[in-house]
Design a protein around this ligand. Structure first.
Ligand code: HEC
Length: 128
């Protein structure tokens, strides 16, 4: 009986995981092995040096914690603030950065994964 119940729970957990995965912008294993697109997002984050103001772990410095921001900011608002900046408040504009503009979705996916708590380490690696 015990065995049956734990098998049932295991089955349910698998279904829940599969559903969560399919609706996701990113895939991650072990908290830091990510898919190729999310890797591009991380490389863009590094190349654009967002960490200078938002911190290496996105937890905020001069700029706010993006872990917190992305829990409430819509994707559209994210794109707008990254593209146009909020110059008077110290957030620069990346509309002229080809790398950022070309990898906006990937950058969002990476940061969303961090904000969701699914990507547990800022420095990610390609999934094998
Ligand atoms: C020169 C410092 C600086 C850099 C570099 C920088 N930011 Fe910002 N960022 C800020 C500041 C300061 C704010 C807060 C603006 C405000 O008060 O509205 C901000 C705000 C934001 C917000 C909105 C947060 C919210 O809750 O409304 C997002 C998203 C964001 N930055 C993403 C990025 C990304 C992605 C990069 C790299 C491509 C980046 N930032 C680079 C300083 C910076």
């Amino acid at each position: 009986m015990k065995l049956t119940i734990s098998a049932l729970f295991l089955a349910l957990a698998c279904v829940a995981t599969a559903q969560a995965q399919s609706s996701k912008l990113y895939t991650v294993v072990d908290g830091y092995k990510v898919d190729a697109e999310t890797m591009k997002g991380f490389r863009t984050w590094r190349a654009a040096a967002c960490d200078r103001c938002h911190g290496a772990n996105q937890e905020g410095m001069v700029g706010p914690s993006l872990i917190e921001s992305l829990k409430v900011l819509s994707k559209d608002d994210f794109v707008k603030v990254v593209r146009d900046g909020r110059l008077e408040k110290g957030m620069q504009s990346f509309g002229n950065s080809k790398q950022v503009m070309d990898n906006m979705d990937q950058l969002y996916a990476y940061l969303k994964g961090r904000s969701d708590g699914a990507i547990t380490r800022a420095k990610v690696e390609p999934a094998p």
